[in-house]
Write a protein that binds this ligand. Structure first.
Ligand SMILES: [Zn+2]
Length: 267
């Protein structure tokens, strides 16, 4: 049986040690979703793969399409974008690391999702020029867009029979709004009351390119009570909501997210 080779662009999401000198490298590819390639002898001094990949790099990847369970043999890898500016500032490196890890944990499988690939590329490119609070905003944008592109976004559709209100009662477990007309299947659903500003901001994020969001943020110059930049109304609520929602729906541990946000925004 002929073994076909696939050539694609891929973003390196994770590098794990494997045996004494090898790596397991996980990629988000443009054409084949998420996959892992063992790189044998990657850490030997004469390895052809030395310095060719690291978290946040975009590479041209050539692999044999005969793997199982998302693990394929790599043939070649050439870096296309090193994104060195991510490594000069620790807050950018942390933000890029978090985004790659979040993608790894949520975008399972080899189903192509080119929109997600382009979104993560945009984020990594943009993070290279971000100040700390801008990196926090960029991550919030990425989280919203990721949920949307993976088809697991919260459903904020209000009930047409209820009078319009600034607040929406949202069932965290069911991922949707509920009321007397659309009761919850649960007896006592854990609920959050969500303000219209927060929901509008989510909608804005998934419809607007990141550079435009950052441009608007620079122009508003709005701050919160503690004087920290908070360019959009509803940002605090959205940040808090996404933390709970992603923990509930994506089986994520909240610790890493809390840490990165503490680093970027301040405790
Ligand atoms: Zn209703």
């Amino acid at each position: 049986m002929p073994i076909s080779l696939i050539k694609t662009e891929a973003i390196c999401l994770n590098v794990r040690p494997f045996s004494k000198t090898s790596h397991m490298v996980t990629w988000l590819t443009r054409s084949d979703g998420c996959l892992t390639t063992p790189v044998k002898g990657a850490q030997r001094p004469k390895s052809a793969f030395l310095g060719k990949y690291d978290i946040g790099y975009t590479c041209e990847l050539i692999f044999y399409a005969r793997g199982r369970n998302g693990v394929h043999h790599i043939r070649e890898c050439s870096p296309l974008h090193f994104r060195e500016a991510l490594r000069f500032k620790w807050h950018r490196a942390c933000a890029a690391g978090y985004a790659c890890d979040l993608t790894l944990r949520t975008a399972h499988g080899e189903q192509a999702n080119e929109a997600l690939y382009i979104t993560l590329s945009t984020l990594l490119e943009t993070l290279q020029h971000c100040e700390r609070h801008e990196a926090a905003l960029a991550l919030l944008w990425y989280e919203c867009t990721l949920l949307h592109l993976l088809g697991v976004a919260p459903d904020f559709t209000p009930c047409p029979h209820c009078p319009a209100s600034d607040f929406l009662t949202f069932s965290m477990e069911e991922g949707r709004a509920f009321c007397e007309h659309r009761p919850s299947r649960l007896h006592r659903p854990p609920a959050m009351s969500l303000h219209a500003d927060m929901r509008a901001l989510f909608a804005t994020f998934i419809q607007t390119p990141l550079p435009e969001i950052l441009q608007t943020a620079r122009e508003t110059g709005r701050t919160d009570d503690l004087g920290r930049p908070e360019p959009f109304s509803g940002m605090f609520g959205l940040r808090r909501f996404l933390g709970v929602f992603m923990t509930e729906h994506l089986d994520l541990l909240p610790g890493a997210r809390r840490t990165i946000l503490d680093i970027l925004i301040g405790g």
